[in-house]
Design a binder for this molecule. Sequence first.
Ligand code: ADP
Ligand code: MG
Length: 382
Amino acid sequence: MSGRGHASAGFGEILAETRILIVCGSGGVGKTTVAAALAAMAAKQGRRVLALTIDPARRLADALGLARSGDEAVPVSLPRGSRGALWARMLDRETALDRLIGRHAPSPERRAEILHNRFYRHVSSTLVGAHEYVAMEELAHLAGQDDHDLLVLDTPPAARALHFLDAPRKIATVLEDPVFRAAVGSFASAGRVSRRGLGVAGLALRAFSRLLGSEMLRETLEFLVAFQEMFDGFKTRARDAARLLEAPGTGFVVVATPHRSSLDDAARLADELGRRDMRLLAAIVNRIHPDPGEPPGDTAELAERLMREGGGQFRSPRELRRLLFQLVENHRRFQGLARAEAALSGQFAERLGRPLFGMPRRTRPVTDVAGLLDLATGLQQR
Ligand SMILES: Nc1ncnc2c1ncn2[C@@H]1O[C@H](COP(=O)(O)OP(=O)(O)O)[C@@H](O)[C@H]1O
Ligand SMILES: [Mg+2]
């Protein structure tokens, strides 16, 4: 571990220069918590921030006032002296697609028709990649508005996160293809959307099937037949969303825990981002144990001193020595753990070639914004 910088300084710069910050990592590493903490910190520094969270833990949702908000953005109060503003929103998977249809349907009648369509209801809950795509589109939509300077996006667990990042480009590629459009057109005019129908378009569809997976292709076709008239709008926005992920103001933060397997996952995720020309700004190792430093060296001597100074409370020097011994043993174990974590983090930092920050493990769950800010200010560059 080298060059411990001051906490917030390093990350403060990242937060000041970024327009869209995407937090990714495996399940349970603390993505949602980190996303909220970074958003709170940026808001405290003076930015107008929207934190978009996915499935926040109950207490965190309460802390952000999201428990009963549906998927509206809610203002979050910041401690006094904060210079910016914070809003939080839950990216609700169930309602996100409805919201999108509501926004883009050509008329209110069409909108109602689609939203009540049983087929749509089925597809909207089963379509592979749809939620990811919708989240990306929502992000592009928000990025096109001026309400916030910084959008912090929480993501689903890593395996799905990549799906997430690829969804806009895949969808746009398919929507742009003339063969695909013709196939959907003939599907629609045949008035029939069936599994068998896929045979009709033959080889070309098989190629798409390789790109999307056959289940996803079938479901996408069905979806697209129903939304044919919104094709061009979707195509343009899918391209916008894909471009946004590579835009100069967009950056990624990968979160891991200080365990070998988690750090390996994070390194793989970082590589994947690199291959996709997506900008990794930093990594955060969350729930680290801070190094407690050296324990007292000579417990026998310490025991004697304590006996002299306040020994009345102990039955015997022996009992006191036993207690001290246990304390020192615990201290050593804790120190060993902290050092092992630091060593693993160090290897990870070398492999990563990007700034790495540690976020301390707290013994109590975060229940308010002060707790989030406390986590963020605990960030230490490694
Ligand atoms: N630094 C931390 N210290 C203590 N608990 C934490 C910390 N970060 C996250 N947690 C807890 O770990 C659990 C998982 O965090 P969460 O942010 O929901 O992870 P993810 O979004 O990656 O699934 C939650 O209960 C959260 O309160
Ligand atoms: Mg989460």
